[in-house]
Design a binder for this molecule. Structure first.
Ligand SMILES: O=C(O)CCC(=O)C(=O)O
Length: 267
């Protein structure tokens, strides 16, 4: 599928280096100020409808994960005081289809594998080159949340993630991000604990809108998805990138999220 069938290139001329400049600048400002940039109506309705059908069709392959983890997506550390962010227990529920399960012909795969999109996103991040995540499962994954499912506050293991809102739940399922809570040199555990305990001063809430492409800087910004409600599930495609080549997730995260490891080890 070509890019013009996937993306609304009139509104978002990402394929034209001259015309995309203002878009890049606007998204970069949003990302810098709020740790999230939203491009509403990025994917064209026909492609989006096909992606929603694909999410439904692939759902039987999804791995259901119900985790009890710290915001760092690892096991809570029992040697720390219970209020320490690394000691906290938080529950998340999600069903995930991995990159290697998404058919080669799926439109969402064409979007993820588009070099034009990669260049556009590199521009937004202000880096000369961006790399697709080396995680063979998590590079592109389809994430479905059903009634009662939520994703607790967490940091990602990649610099940033691009999510595409594919199909809206009946209610709930909003994305919230607490901007730049930690840095690469400073874990800022007090600030992390404050967000976990309800401080909303740095929180941006993004309501679910199918077709929106959203970039968020998840390695340093805490983020979560509020509880999904109602009969219709929430479908999102997560397109992961990193500023360094070869970035992969831990085996612990792969087992939790996909129930297996490359090479076939199952949880
Ligand atoms: O489903 C979403 O909107 C966000 C997913 C998320 O938090 C993540 O991939 O880290």
């Amino acid at each position: 599928m070509d890019l013009a069938s996937l993306v609304d290139l009139y509104r978002y001329p990402v394929d034209d280096p001259g015309r995309r400049r203002p878009l890049v600048a606007a998204a970069a400002t949003e990302l810098r100020e709020r740790s999230v940039a939203v491009l509403p109506g990025f994917v064209r309705p026909a492609a989006l409808a096909q992606m929603a059908q694909d999410c439904d069709a692939l759902l039987p392959l999804a791995h259901r994960s119900e985790s009890d983890a710290s915001p760092y997506l690892s096991a809570p550390d029992p040697t720390l005081p219970p209020a320490h962010p690394r000691a906290r227990h938080q529950q998340s529920q999600v069903s995930t289809v991995a990159y290697d399960q998404v058919p080669a012909t799926a439109p969402v795969r064409a979007l993820y594998e588009s070099d034009v999109l990669l260049e556009f996103l590199a521009g937004v991040l202000g880096v000369a080159r961006l790399y697709r995540y080396a995680d063979p499962f998590g590079a592109l994954n389809l994430s479905t949340m059903h009634a009662g499912d939520a994703l607790a506050w967490h940091f990602d293991q990649t610099d940033f993630v691009t999510s595409l809102a594919v199909a809206a739940p009946s209610a709930g399922g909003a994305f919230e991000v607490a901007s730049a809570v930690r840095t690469s040199g400073d874990e800022r555990y007090d600030a992390v604990a404050a967000v976990l305990d309800g401080d909303r001063s740095a929180v941006t809430r993004v309501e679910f809108a199918p077709g929106s492409l959203m970039l968020f800087a998840g390695r340093h910004s805490l983020h979560r998805v509020t509880t999904v409600e109602g009969a219709r599930p929430r479908h999102v495609a997560l397109l992961a990138y990193d500023t360094r080549p070869g970035t992969d997730s831990t085996d612990e995260l792969k087992l939790a999220r996909y129930g297996r490891l490359p090479g076939g080890t199952a949880a």
